[in-house]
Design a protein around this ligand. Sequence first.
Ligand SMILES: NC(=O)c1ccc[n+]([C@@H]2O[C@H](COP(=O)([O-])OP(=O)(O)OC[C@H]3O[C@@H](n4cnc5c(N)ncnc54)[C@H](OP(=O)(O)O)[C@@H]3O)[C@@H](O)[C@H]2O)c1
Length: 278
Amino acid sequence: MNSAPRKAFVIGHPIRHSRSPLIHGTWLETLRIEGSYEAIDVQPEALPAFFDKLRDGHWAGGNVTIPHKEAVFALCDEVDPLAQKIGAANTLVRRPDSTVWGTNTDYIGFLNNLDQNAPGWSENLGSAIVLGAGGASRAILVALIERGIKTIHLLNRTRDKAEHLSKALGTQIVPGDLTDFSKLAPEAGLVVNTTSIGMHGTRFEKLDLTLLHKSALVTDIVYTPLLTPLLADASSLGLKTVDGLGMLLHQAVPGFEAWFGARPTVDAALRWRVEATL
Ligand SMILES: NC(=O)c1ccc[n+]([C@@H]2O[C@H](COP(=O)([O-])OP(=O)(O)OC[C@H]3O[C@@H](n4cnc5c(N)ncnc54)[C@H](OP(=O)(O)O)[C@@H]3O)[C@@H](O)[C@H]2O)c1
């Protein structure tokens, strides 16, 4: 049996801002596992060569971030049905027969974050509003469908993309424009921001949160900054909010377990450690 320390990675381009090495490094330390996790900048054209090295057994597997989540999908030898449905993989596992298996853990990261920080959030929800129809939105839509949310209004600046996702994922997804928020807000029990608005001080124009019912939950998957203008506004109105850092932490759990053989926990100490770098 090969007892050499196991190695894992996160690939992206650029990759220097990734918090994944800190998350996995913390778990390796806490669980006293001899192993390593490195961030590797891989240009899109270098992905096939990277996969050859992965098949050769250089790493146990790793994470994939922007812009490779869709491209690795085609390079994997097998992807699980969930990644298939989402159309992107963010976690790779090199198997003993030298094949690469891919899955998508953004889905479970999103659900576990809400379950941990807003228990019971999906009960008697009414409808949900999802803002944004980009890459991350797909995993969240699949997660909301799986939780049985009957009506999901998908509002996007480019309406075509919302229509495309509705056709691809199911009739419970109703496409619309961002300006539809006002008419839909009173019935919505959940608002999820999956757009990149909120980063670098940007904010939504004309999103009237006062129209939401006081029991509505507002969550943002943007976590830089942790308190986005959307969450700050929702909080100041007394609405329940959940930030996006928990999703990032929870999505890392299945990969770590697959590569290093122990299931890590998302606890306050890990959160503080990562929060200190935001
Ligand atoms: N917490 C986590 O674990 C986690 C996981 C994944 C992603 N994220 C974060 O989620 C965000 C989105 O990621 P992604 O991969 O889905 O990105 P993406 O595929 O590039 O999609 C970006 C989305 O934002 C919208 N958008 C961008 N600028 C806008 C503007 N000025 N006005 C209106 N809409 C705008 C786009 O609308 P159009 O279609 O009209 O362009 C699209 O819907 C990023 O900030 C990322 O860091 C967080």
